[in-house]
Design a protein around this ligand. Structure first.
Ligand SMILES: [Zn+2]
Length: 95
């Protein structure tokens, strides 16, 4: 019996196939990146394709990292929508 690899969204705890989740990585530099390859260094988290989940994780990362500058919702929203856009582009350009 083959089992599909499953991962859990760190934000809403929904389980899904690994391929249906996004991987975002907190890079050693403190930046957050969408990681379609799954190979970037840093602390990775799996998230479903929802802005709320991405936002929540971005905030958690920022807080965990203890960054001095304030968590700016507008900036986080921008990053979240970039990640969503990138993953849409990737689906369209597949192949
Ligand atoms: Zn989620």
């Amino acid at each position: 019996m083959k089992k599909k690899p499953q991962r859990m969204c760190v934000s809403c705890k929904t389980r899904a196939d690994k391929k249906d989740l996004l991987r975002v990585v907190l890079l050693p530099s403190g930046d957050i990146a969408y990681d379609p390859s799954g190979r970037l260094p840093g602390r990775g988290s799996y998230l479903c394709r929802k802005q709320e989940c991405i936002m929540a994780e971005l905030k958690a990362h920022r807080l965990a990292k203890g960054l001095r500058h304030q968590v700016d919702d507008e900036e986080l929203k921008k990053i979240a929508s970039q990640i969503l856009k990138e993953c849409e582009d990737e689906v369209q350009e597949e192949g």
